[in-house]
Write a protein that binds this ligand. Structure first.
Ligand SMILES: C[S@@+](CC[C@H](N)C(=O)[O-])C[C@H]1O[C@@H](n2cnc3c(N)ncnc32)[C@H](O)[C@@H]1O
Length: 276
C-alpha cells in the first residue's frame, strides 16, 4: 500500500487485522490464544495499542518515510513499538526505526530477545531513564504510553531536548501535582472532595504540560485513544513542532502555577525554558 493511504486506515479494524495476521508476532508478544487468535485477557492492552497506533498514524502519516525514527519512552515490553513496526511495514511498505528505553533491565533484555527472535534489526533498546538517553540517530517522533507519573514528563522533556517533530504521550498516574493542591488555593470549593481533587489534579497536570509544550514552540492537541470504558487513562497529549519554532514564553504556565500554587516537574527537567 502507498504512503497516501485513505483515512480508512485509521479505523482500528485495519490496524487490528495487520497485527493479528502475524501469528509469530502475537506469540512473541505473549498475546496468542489457544486458537491462534488474540488471548482474551490481553484485549484491553490490544485496544489501547491499536487506539494509540491509529492516532499516531493519523498525526504523522505525512512525514513517514524510510528511516523515520521513533523513540518509545518507558517502553516496558514495547508492545507499542512492536505493533507500530508491524503495522507500518504491512500498511505502508516501509521500514522505520525504533528506540525503546526503560529503567527495567529485565524488560529491556526481554525486548532485545523479542526483536532478535522476530528478526527485527530496526529496533534498539536501552536501559535507563528516558531523560538520560542519548540516541545516535536524530529522533522524529517521541512516544510514551502509560509512563508512570513523572516518567511522562521525562518523555516530554526528552522530546523537546531532541527537537522531535512530534511528541505524543498517554499519561498514567499523576501524583506530582495532586499533592501540591493546598486547601488555601482559590478553587478550594472545586477540590475539597477527594474524587474531584483527584480528577482536577489530572486535568491540571495535562494543562501544565500543554502550556510548557506551547511555550517550547509546539502546537498541542488533546484526544482520546479509546473510550473511557476501555481505560480511564485514555487521553493522548499530542505536540507538533511548529515550522517557525519561536519559543512563546511561559505566561500560560506561570498564570496557572501562580493561581493554584503548584509547579510541574518539567520546570526541573527543562530549566532553560524558564530562565529570564
Ligand atoms: C506502566 S509501565 C508501561 C509500559 C509500556 N509503555 C506499556 O504501555 O505497556 C511503565 C514503565 O515505565 C518504566 N519507567 C519508570 N520510570 C521510568 C523512567 N524515568 N525512564 C524510563 N522508564 C521508566 C517502568 O520500568 C515500566 O516498565
Amino acid at each position: 500500500m502507498s504512503l497516501s493511504l485513505q483515512k480508512s486506515v485509521y479505523k482500528g479494524s485495519i490496524l487490528a487485522e495487520a497485527l493479528t495476521s502475524s501469528k509469530e508476532l502475537l506469540k512473541v508478544l505473549g498475546w496468542e490464544g489457544p486458537d491462534g487468535g488474540l488471548l482474551r485477557r490481553e484485549l484491553k492492552k490490544f485496544q489501547e495499542i491499536v487506539g494509540f497506533s491509529s492516532h499516531i498514524l493519523w498525526m504523522v502519516e505525512d512525514i513517514l518515510k524510510e528511516d523515520t525514527v521513533f523513540l518509545d519512552c518507558s517502553c516496558g515490553k514495547s508492545y507499542l513499538a512492536f505493533a507500530l513496526n508491524r503495522i507500518i511495514k504491512e500498511l505502508y511498505g516501509i521500514e522505520v526505526f525504533f528506540y525503546g528505553v526503560d529503567t527495567s533491565p529485565t524488560l529491556v533484555e526481554r525486548c532485545k530477545d523479542m526483536a532478535s527472535s522476530l528478526g527485527y534489526e530496526n529496533m534498539s533498546f536501552w536501559r535507563g531513564r528516558s531523560i538520560e538517553f542519548s540516541p545516535q540517530k536524530p529522533v522524529d517522533i517521541v512516544l510514551a504510553l502509560h509512563a508512570c507519573d513523572a516518567a511522562t514528563d521525562e518523555a516530554i522533556a526528552k522530546g523537546v531536548r531532541l527537537d522531535a517533530r512530534y511528541i505524543m504521550v498517554v499519561p498514567c498516574c499523576q501524583n506530582q501535582i495532586r499533592g501540591q493542591i493546598k486547601p488555601s488555593q482559590p478553587l478550594r470549593a472545586l477540590t475539597d472532595l477527594g474524587l474531584l481533587r483527584y480528577r482536577f489534579a489530572d486535568l491540571l497536570t495535562e494543562a501544565l504540560r500543554a502550556q510548557v509544550l506551547r511555550g517550547a514552540g509546539y502546537s498541542v492537541e488533546l484526544h482520546e485513544i479509546v473510550p473511557p470504558t476501555v481505560t480511564p487513562k485514555n487521553l493522548v497529549l499530542t505536540a507538533r513542532r511548529l515550522r517557525n519554532r519561536r519559543k512563546r514564553g511561559m505566561e500560560g504556565y506561570k498564570e496557572l502555577c501562580q493561581l493554584l500554587g503548584v509547579r510541574s516537574t518539567l520546570e526541573g527537567l527543562l530549566p532553560e525554558l524558564f530562565e529570564g
